[in-house]
Design a protein around this ligand. Structure first.
Ligand code: S3P
Length: 449
């Protein structure tokens, strides 16, 4: 078994408290932080990173980049320096690459390794070992990668032997997934031709944006109604560029919903990334009647950002279309909590991908709602929550299944429910949002062991 998260589970309880107030200093975006390390590895010379999320997931990716030959130093809080080897210059790792809980880190790095003639073994914790990797192995195999070994069903631990000259392929992703898209593009970086990824629905575009920022030739064109075609010319020489990591909208979601639900709250969340492929939750909450004001909209580090002013609001139930799922895929657990406090029914459509996240999130959310006395139904891929108009009984203990977002979502619920909510383990919160507990307490939340 991998060493990650051998620490004992730590339960945590959230109790109803007074209004939340103050301003929130969020950590950096997880998606961009992983990619900052990877692009640092793949360019020759020094990449300077500020605002890096120093969560466990990203630190695992940094470790893997080190094992492949990068020299990486931490200069200060969130400030890191990566000396890369460049495309084609990776070294074969001498040990297993242990990604802990991180799906993104492991899948993107499979693409990186797949594009080089080296052999590496990928592993992680009990949650990562359950997650489907065939979606990555299939396109990589088409590119010439050999799957030397794998656990049943295409799961970790997985050993890959990368291709010396990865085949340039055209690949239509079977589900909207930035991880699949990114793994293919990263392998395609060392391909002697053009790699094309077609998505029927656009997923987050951080990889494409960073590829062109580092000097690769990438063409992105619309495909069908909501999709995109991404074409990458292989074997560019990536030039190191400074990276300013914007604040994570998926982490902003937790204080944002907490402030909407706890009566009389009034908070400001500074410098949140507003990339339109990440703002589905904001759109949905505004439709529900949330008081969220976007202030000081600007561009920082190549991304739209804004300060969010959030005030407690009476929410109403809405119908969330499946087409919105890619832009809020990580936010459904916290949306389900908001929906429980809303007036009327909320239907969230097209949640199939939730079943293969850090946990089966659809089931974990449903079980948590039941524990808190909230009525729900699962119909096919849809989750339907019957809102209680502010009066959520609460009072249960939620099984988190090594899933940080389940833990944070139900702690937020406990900040506003009649009785406290306990989560069985808070340790995984450190994978994406290590400052969550301290930051929520500073706003006025009552969280205790
Ligand atoms: C991510 C993509 C998403 C998301 C994950 C981060 C990324 O996964 O759930 O938290 O950084 O590329 P999928 O691309 O598999 O939907």
């Amino acid at each position: 078994m991998s060493s990650s998260h051998s620490s004992a589970p730590r339960p945590l309880t959230a109790r109803r408290a007074g209004p939340l107030s103050g301003s929130v200093d969020l950590p950096g975006d997880k998606s961009i932080s992983h990619r900052a390390m990877i692009f640092g590895l793949l360019s020759v010379g020094e990449t300077h990173v500020t605002g890096l999320l120093e969560g466990e997931d990203v630190l695992r990716t940094a470790e893997a980049c080190r094992a492949l030959g990068a020299k990486i130093d931490r200069l200060g809080a969130g400030e890191w320096r990566v000396y890369g080897t460049g495309i084609g210059g990776l070294r074969e790792p001498s040990h297993v690459l242990d990604f802990g809980n991180a799906g993104t880190g492991s899948r993107l790095m499979m693409g990186v390794v797949g594009g080089h003639p080296i052999t590496a073994t990928f592993d992680g914790d009990a949650s990562l070992r359950k997650r489907p990797m065939r979606r990555i192995l299939d396109p990589l195999t088409e590119m010439g990668v050999t799957v030397v070994s794998q656990a049943e069903g295409g799961r970790c631990p997985i050993t890959l032997r990368g291709a010396a000259d990865p085949m340039p392929i055209t690949y239509r992703t079977p589900v909207a997934s930035a991880q699949i898209k990114s793994a293919i593009l990263l392998a395609g970086l060392n391909s002697p031709g053009r790699t094309t990824v077609i998505e029927t629905e656009a997923s987050r575009d951080h990889t494409e944006k960073m590829l062109s920022y580092f000097g690769a030739t990438v063409k992105v064109t619309p495909e069908g109604h909501d999709g995109r075609r991404i074409e990458l010319e292989g074997r560019p020489e990536l030039k190191p560029r400074p990276i300013v990591v914007p604040r994570d909208p998926s982490s902003a979601a937790f204080p944002m919903v907490a402030a909407l639900l706890v009566p009389s709250s009034d908070i400001t969340i500074a410098s949140v990334m507003m990339n339109p492929l990440r703002t589905g939750l904001l759109t949905t909450l505004l439709e529900m009647g949330a008081s969220i004001e976007l202030r000081n909209r600007r561009v920082e580090g190549g991304e739209d950002v804004a300060d969010l002013h959030v005030r407690a609001s009476n929410l109403k139930g809405v119908d969330v279309p499946a087409a919105r799922a890619p832009s809020m895929i990580d936010e459904y657990p916290i949306l389900a909590v908001a929906a429980a406090f809303a007036t009327g029914e909320t239907r969230m459509r097209g949640l199939n991908e939730l079943r293969v996240k850090e946990s089966d999130r659809l089931q974990a959310v449903a079980d948590g709602l039941a524990e808190a006395g909230v009525t729900y139904a699962i119909e096919g891929d849809d989750l339907i929550v019957q809102g209680l108009g502010g009066a959520v009984p609460g009072g249960g203990t939620v099984a988190t299944h090594l899933d940080h977002r389940i833990a944070m979502s139900f702690l937020v619920m406990g900040m506003a429910s009649d009785r406290p909510m306990t989560v069985d383990d808070e340790t995984m919160i450190a994978t994406s949002f290590p400052s969550f507990v301290g930051l929520m307490r500073a706003l006025g939340a009552d969280l205790s062991a």
